[in-house]
Design a protein around this ligand. Structure first.
Ligand code: PEP
Length: 252
């Protein structure tokens, strides 16, 4: 990975109209978008095509989820190939809202990662402890190991991991930048133990969890943190633009 900072907007199950999608997308595009920032928007499936047609080349597109199944009788599911063919480069996999609210298991997450790699999508694997006093080494080792089961070095170079402590998501509580950085190093150590140090040092690790226009710089400025996964605040145009600018200043 190069030294670009990554800013990924997770719109979650928002907004509720195409007009609002266009307002957000065009509002971001109206800015001078920095070349040293990889800007990615993850809208709900139903808006992927609309965002794609209006986002120009500067903004990359991500799905928020994919099915672990390739094709066939899976009513309501969306496959990795469908979103790839629609123009997505990225997909979020294992978001805590899917793990904890939609019953997504480690096994499903592993299959979804494989489905993403198979069609050339770059997966952004979300991991994080549920409570701030959880045993973070144990939780993250288990999440990363199970997610990467059976995935080889030919794929690992295309992986991004987002450290998203669950207690910080949508709560306006954030991790401290120091702890987020040490956790990014821990994640690289886990990957290093699995694949070797050369794969771990290049692994982009993002921080996510109540990132705002006020605190983004504290995380993004850390050398070992490659950017931010932004949820609720990515729907507030002015604030989101400030986060993009913070990334521009701190990218190399
Ligand atoms: C997220 O959805 O990944 C997230 C981090 O949400 P928020 O920024 O709202 O905490």
């Amino acid at each position: 990975m190069n030294n670009k900072k990554i800013i990924m907007a997770n719109w979650k199950m928002n907004p509720s109209s195409q007009e609002e999608v266009l307002r957000l997308t065009k509002g971001v595009l109206a800015q001078r978008l920095p070349k040293n920032v990889e800007l990615i928007i993850a809208p709900p499936f139903v808006y992927l095509d609309l965002v794609k047609r209006n986002c120009g080349r500067e903004i990359k597109l991500a799905a928020q989820n994919i099915s672990w199944a390739e094709r066939g009788a899976y009513t309501g599911e969306i496959s990795s190939l469908m979103v790839r063919n629609l123009g997505c480069d990225y997909v979020i996999i294992g978001h805590s809202e899917r793990r904890h609210k939609m019953g997504e298991t480690d096994e499903m997450i592993n299959l979804k990662l494989k489905a993403a790699f198979k069609v050339g999508l770059i997966p952004v694997l979300a991991v994080g402890e549920k409570e701030s006093n959880d045993d973070i080494i144990k939780v993250l080792t288990q999440q990363v190991k199970s997610a990467l089961e059976g995935i080889g070095t030919s794929e690992i170079g295309r992986l991004i991991i987002a450290y998203e402590p669950v207690w910080a998501i949508g709560t306006r509580l954030t991790d401290t930048p120091d702890h987020a950085l040490s956790t990014a190093l821990l994640i690289r150590k886990i990957v290093s133990n699995l694949y070797g140090p050369e794969w771990a040092s290049d692994l982009p690790v993002l921080y996510g969890g109540s990132v705002s226009e006020e605190n983004a710089v504290d995380f993004i400025a850390q050398n070992g943190i490659n950017g931010a996964l932004v949820g609720n605040v990515s729907l507030e145009l002015e604030k989101f633009i400030k986060i993009i600018k913070a990334a521009e200043i701190n990218a190399q």
